[in-house]
Ligand binder design. Structure first.
Ligand SMILES: NC(=O)c1ccc[n+]([C@@H]2O[C@H](COP(=O)([O-])OP(=O)(O)OC[C@H]3O[C@@H](n4cnc5c(N)ncnc54)[C@H](O)[C@@H]3O)[C@@H](O)[C@H]2O)c1
Length: 437
């Protein structure tokens, strides 16, 4: 679905009218593949500055800049801040440099998880950063984003995949997120261009929309994809899987034999390295008017099926050590939404799955995370009435809907074996939507 308003305000006359009337002019986001080189990265702050410089340089970014040069990113190491008073160092760094940011710039703060801090003062200072980063996200201009990475002590080697995601155009529609990175032993460094080479990734709901984008994106990073979708979608599913050299597995994830068939496919491929529970449905109705079928079906597809499939795979040992489980929640599961008691409950349940299983499965070094998309341009959101659809797009800091590829790139980062230290996170892909903010 095209965003006609966006097209209009980027036309000559449309821009003049929008400016005159004070209407929003959403920035054109820079996404992966855009033909432009990114400017330098400025790094400031505490003890990890040297390490950050070498990791950022390793990712291919230029460090430092001339005073008049636009910068792509500002990165501040706040791990050395011990008291709320010392937050002034962070303030000064961003205050001095924020106007120098290029379009689609990145503001990034590295901190410690508050609950890991020994002193109350440091705990409080680290907690304060979450408010800072959320407000900064709302002040970023021209498609800029901000993120907070809470890095556990000793997790420095786990940082690069997340640093790479946050700095790069692949995180175009992710903003104001707090991402926790733990210390977990890493497998050998993969080819950065094909971090998923040799990995088997199963994606449910892969025939269209976000699931299709996830299948295509993880395949583009080298994964062998097993795509699942309902039998009536087999034509579309076969095409997606054929195009990416994957394998189609047409089945309804709620069917009695679904978990057994998925286990069979996983076994035939040496187990799964990653499963992405993307298949989802809406059956919107106010609670008073909702039928049992609308409630039951939504809960069955969105929540019960992922739980049943996970249990079967784990019991059979078919999620390989170091594997990743990625759920697809929704901001509706965070904020709630009128007419979506069933959907919001199912998606909040997906968040519960992340909370519970991330700690249970850490012993096997299996990470469990979810993405929570906001308004993404798909056939699901094309069904929303016109006025609500327009409001849904504009009610975010980036003032526009996201694309399936934005969710897919976020999933690909969580599916990367080098991201195994990222677990227990629910990462919103919503352009900092005001819902549940
Ligand atoms: N589009 C958005 O704005 C948005 C926002 C938040 C969350 N989400 C979530 O993202 C996921 C994908 O959404 P989308 O917009 O691409 O939806 P979509 O309707 O375009 O695609 C969903 C896919 O899942 C498949 N599917 C549905 N039930 C299934 C079942 N029982 N077994 C196997 N496959 C099944 C469908 O056939 C379809 O191919 C869903 O979980 C959705 O709740 C979407």
């Amino acid at each position: 679905m095209k965003d006609g308003y966006m097209k209009f305000v980027h036309s000559g006359a449309g821009r003049v009218i929008a400016k005159t009337l004070g209407l929003p002019i959403p920035a054109k986001l820079r996404r992966k593949g855009a033909p432009s080189t990114l400017g330098p990265v400025l790094i400031g702050g505490g003890e990890l500055t040297g390490l950050l410089q070498s990791q950022v340089a390793e990712l291919g970014y230029q460090l430092g800049s001339t005073p008049k040069q636009k910068v792509h990113a500002l990165v501040f190491d706040a791990t050395s801040i011990k008291t709320p008073g010392e937050l002034a160092n962070l303030y000064r760094f961003f205050r001095q440099n924020i106007r120098r940011m290029d379009r689609c710039g990145r503001a990034l703060v590295i901190s410690r998880p508050p609950e890991d801090c020994d002193s109350p003062e440091q705990h409080i200072a680290m907690r304060a950063l979450r408010g800072f980063i959320r407000s900064l996200g709302k002040e970023m201009r021209a498609g800029g984003t901000s993120q907070l990475i809470e890095l556990s002590a000793g997790a420095e080697q786990n940082l690069p995949s997340t640093l790479s995601f946050c700095l790069s155009p692949v995180s175009a529609y992710v903003s104001a997120q707090t991402i926790r990175v733990n210390a977990v032993e890493l497998a050998e460094t993969a080819d950065p261009k094909a971090p998923l080479a040799g990995q088997t990734v199963l994606v449910t709901g892969a025939a269209r929309g976000i699931g299709r984008a996830i299948a295509e994106t993880v395949a583009s990073y080298g994964a062998m994809v097993i795509g699942v979708d309902v039998p009536p979608m087999q034509g579309e599913l076969d095409k997606v899987c054929r195009d990416i050299g994957g394998r189609a597995l047409p089945l309804d994830i709620c069917a009695d034999d679904a978990a057994a068939l998925i286990c069979e496919a996983a076994r035939a491929n040496g187990g799964l390295d990653c499963i992405v529970h993307n298949a989802g449905i809406t059956r919107d109705k106010s609670l008073a008017a909702m039928s049992d079928v609308q409630w039951d079906l939504t809960m069955a597809v969105n929540l019960q099926a992922p739980l049943t499939i996970n249990a079967a795979l784990l019991e059979a040992g078919l999620i390989n050590d170091g594997g990743r489980i990625v759920g697809v929640a929704s901001i509706s599961g965070i904020a709630g939404n009128k007419g979506q008691t069933n959907y919001a409950a199912s998606k909040a349940g997906v968040i519960g799955m992340v909370e519970r299983y991330s700690s249970v499965l850490s012993a096997q070094s299996i990470s469990v995370n979810a993405v929570a998309p906001g308004f993404i341009e798909t056939e699901m959101t094309a069904k929303i009435p016109f006025g609500i659809r327009q409001a849904g797009r504009r009610m975010s800091s980036l003032q526009q809907g996201g694309l399936p590829v934005d969710v897919a790139q976020t999933v690909a980062w969580l599916a990367n074996p080098q991201s195994i230290g990222v677990t227990g996170n629910v990462v919103r892909v919503c352009g900092q939507n005001l819902l549940g903010a």
